[in-house]
Design a protein around this ligand. Structure first.
Ligand SMILES: Cc1cc2nc3c(=O)[nH]c(=O)nc-3n(C[C@H](O)[C@H](O)[C@H](O)COP(=O)(O)OP(=O)(O)OC[C@H]3O[C@@H](n4cnc5c(N)ncnc54)[C@H](O)[C@@H]3O)c2cc1C
Ligand code: FES
Length: 278
């Protein structure tokens, strides 16, 4: 496997989809095919995407790690770099380095039930994990997927969720704080879904990704359902610059989110959730 590089490779946009008003997905082909052949990522890791002359941002890898094709990223345009990336079109190039970070505990989850709880664009870092598990369906028990959004228009990948819920022992529950005429799912936040969710107390691993207040609200409900705190994992976001443990921008207490995370076991990060966040 190729080690992550400190210098960006050139990557070309091969497809672009506008998912919502401010969220878009791009597929990126590494211009040097030899690099793609040895590039391997793990669900939950991220790449640093470099808009030439503007700056770099960490963005989760959405693609299935088993897929040797272009690397897929889903991005919300919020500021300088992401607004610039939003303006790029098919054929344009950008810089890419990675993969970085510690991903989801797929080995620890093997043979167990898995509850995936995400809010907003927190669905992006968990999608490659879900794809990974569904490709190895017999290696995992019940898979429960909960996704919450603020507004019904914010839901992306609706068809994908509908496909997943047809699979054996997969439960998918979707909620929006604000519903609407085209919203057949639950209204409320993601914690409302937890009342309907299949969460076996024995042998369950929970993974959470999204706004920290959402994760902070969901964790006590998992604990009430007797999920072992050591089997609860969170993906944490902080402002990053280098991605390789040099600049200190991502430091949270003793942790460097870029390298020690972004995925942490709950007891290791419990004191730092929702502190110094965005
Ligand atoms: C490990 C990791 C994985 C990520 N994966 C994705 C992803 O898959 N898709 C995606 O769209 N974004 C993802 N992000 C967030 C993304 O990196 C930021 O949105 C981006 O860095 C913003 O840069 P900017 O120059 O566009 O905005 P800036 O000009 O730097 O900031 C604009 C506004 O956005 C806020 N902001 C900046 N960074 C973040 C952040 N990390 N979280 C919340 N608010 C922020 C700032 O406070 C400011 O208000 C991830 C972040 C991390 C740490
Ligand atoms: S981003 Fe520089 S130390 Fe983590």
């Amino acid at each position: 496997m190729r080690e992550p590089t400190d210098l960006p490779w050139e990557a070309r946009i091969t497809s672009r989809v506008q998912e919502t008003r401010d969220i878009f997905s791009v597929k990126l082909e590494l211009v040097d095919p030899g690099i793609r052949e040895t590039y391997r990522s793990y669900p939950g890791q991220y790449n640093m995407l470099y808009l030439f002359g503007v700056g770099e941002v960490p963005i989760s890898i959405v693609s299935d790690p088993d897929d040797a094709g272009p690397l897929e990223h889903t991005i919300r345009a919020v500021g300088r770099v992401t607004h610039g990336l939003e303006r790029l079109r098919v054929g344009d190039t950008l810089g890419l380095r990675g993969p970085y970070g510690r991903g989801w505990p797929l080995q620890a989850a093997q043979g167990r039930n898995v509850v995936v709880i995400s809010g907003g664009l927190g669905c992006a870092p968990v999608v490659s994990m879900i794809r990974y598990m569904l490709r190895r369906r017999d290696d995992y028990g019940q898979i429960t997927i909960l996704q919450g959004v603020k507004h019904s228009n914010d839901l992306i990948w609706r068809r994908q969720y509908q496909e997943w819920e047809k699979i054996r022992d997969v439960q998918v529950l979707l909620a929006s704080d604000q519903g609407g005429p085209q919203w057949p799912f639950s209204v409320g936040n993601v914690t409302v879904l937890m009342e309907k969710a299949i969460i076996p107390p024995e042998d369950t691993v929970a993974v959470l990704c999204g706004p920290e207040p959402m994760m902070k609200a969901a964790i006590p409900r998992l604990l009430e359902r007797d999920v072992d705190p050591f089997h609860i994992w969170l993906s944490i976001e902080r402002n990053m610059q280098c991605g390789i443990g040099h600049c200190g921008h991502c430091q949270v207490g003793p942790h460097f989110i870029c390298q020690d995370g972004p995925v942490f076991r709950y007891p290791d990060i419990a004191d730092w959730i929702d502190r110094e966040g965005f």
